[in-house]
Design a protein around this ligand. Structure first.
Ligand SMILES: CC(=O)CC(=O)SCCNC(=O)CCNC(=O)[C@H](O)C(C)(C)COP(=O)(O)OP(=O)(O)OC[C@H]1O[C@@H](n2cnc3c(N)ncnc32)[C@H](O)[C@@H]1OP(=O)(O)O
Ligand SMILES: NC(=O)C1=CN([C@@H]2O[C@H](COP(=O)(O)OP(=O)(O)OC[C@H]3O[C@@H](n4cnc5c(N)ncnc54)[C@H](OP(=O)(O)O)[C@@H]3O)[C@@H](O)[C@H]2O)C=CC1
Length: 292
């Protein structure tokens, strides 16, 4: 079994950053790659800011923060991935983007390196088939925010070897995560259940049943959810929510997964939630302001 010491993360957004964060804290050397060196460096800066929150709340010492940050390097191009024992793809939730990444990076990887994807919904078997190593390909699905959420969903493709699966399980437990196993169906377990709820909340808004505030307060205070569904949608990213609904709709061919037209419209407008400062809330001020 490959001895995982160096982990590369492709995609330095909120999830890639979180995966790099917890991997470095667990003692792995981490290479963070994005579309440019500058984007990767911005990712490292965001990780430092998130670690500073953990220092402020006493969860991490200054010394451990410094040592963890020192283990992360921002990559200048795909050649930097040659050192990795495990590569975790955490780029945008679009199958074409992920396929292009695998085509680009596979020739650079060690033959024994394991390739994993953090996809929220896309078939692991299908993604694996666009790589040169379907047996060494696996789904390792982290939850957002990665440093806080306990769960990792593990998903085998049809060709995933036992050795690869055990390596993914061992890696996740070294990060102190609890793993569940999902079969390779659209959205796996978490998003098969969570995303239709979020989509229904958007329909509830679209049909005028309640305002943004009423819908979120109803679920926060009435069902003890830590965030209301619209707040959570903004947190996940509305582009990601829409992509997941499209995968569920296409893959399960059932009209109950039809993405709400309001979700489609928001994404078309470039209102993607917190990451663009506008979604169901406006994030430009000190506190988020509901927009409907
Ligand atoms: C789409 C998919 O494919 C799958 C998914 O991920 S679905 C999304 C799953 N995630 C959820 O459902 C999240 C639901 N929300 C929550 O659990 C909480 O609102 C939350 C943990 C995000 C924030 O909690 P909160 O109490 O409102 O805010 P806050 O006080 O800022 O944060 C709580 C703690 O988390 C820490 N934290 C939050 N985000 C963090 C980050 N990115 N990095 C490090 N620490 C973080 C804070 O430092 C804080 O720590 P202390 O308690 O030690 O102070
Ligand atoms: N958001 C969530 O709550 C969760 C998301 N996921 C999954 O994690 C993945 C990433 O999501 P998330 O972090 O939220 O998305 P983000 O939009 O925050 O980050 C995606 C990152 O990937 C980068 N990227 C795009 N194309 C490439 C490329 N060719 N090479 C390298 N990097 C690239 C983007 O760069 P640029 O901005 O320049 O396009 C961006 O920095 C998705 O598959 C998503 O489904 C899984 C669990 C939870």
């Amino acid at each position: 079994m490959v001895d995982i010491r160096t982990v590369a993360v492709v995609g330095a957004g909120q999830m890639g950053g979180g995966i790099a964060h917890v991997s470095a804290m667990a003692g792995y050397d981490v290479i963070l790659q994005d579309v440019s060196l500058e984007r990767a460096q911005q990712g490292v800066e965001r990780i430092a800011a998130n670690m500073a929150r953990q220092v402020a709340s006493g969860k991490l010492s200054e010394a451990d923060k410094a040592a963890s940050i020192a283990r992360i390097s921002a990559a200048d191009g795909v050649k930097a991935l040659a050192k990795a024992d495990l590569v975790i793809e955490a780029a945008t939730e679009e199958e074409a983007v992920k396929r292009r990444i695998f085509q680009q990076i596979c020739p650079e990887l060690k033959p024994e390196a394991i390739l994993a994807t953090n996809t929220s919904s896309i078939s692991i078997t299908r993604l694996a088939s666009s790589t040169d190593r379907p047996e060494q390909f696996v789904g390792i699905h982290f939850m957002n925010p990665v440093p806080v959420m306990k769960l990792v969903e593990l998903v085998r493709g049809i060709a995933t070897s036992d050795e690869t699966f055990q390596a993914a399980r061992g890696f996740s437990s070294n990060l102190d995560k609890v793993t569940t196993i999902s079969e390779d169906f659209p959205g796996f377990i978490v998003n098969r259940i969570l995303m239709p709820m979020i989509n229904e909340a958007i329909y509830t808004l679209y049909e005028g049943v309640g305002s943004v505030e009423s819908i979120d307060n109803s679920l926060r205070l009435g069902a003890n959810h830590p965030m209301g569904p619209l707040q959570l949608a903004d947190f996940i990213g509305l582009d990601t929510c829409l992509s997941i609904m499209q995968v569920l709709h296409d893959g399960l061919a059932d009209s109950k997964y039809r993405p709400c037209p309001l979700l489609v419209k928001y994404v078309e407008a470039g209102w993607l939630g917190r990451k663009t400062k506008r979604g169901f809330y406006d994030y430009r001020g000190e506190t988020p302001v509901p927009t409907r």
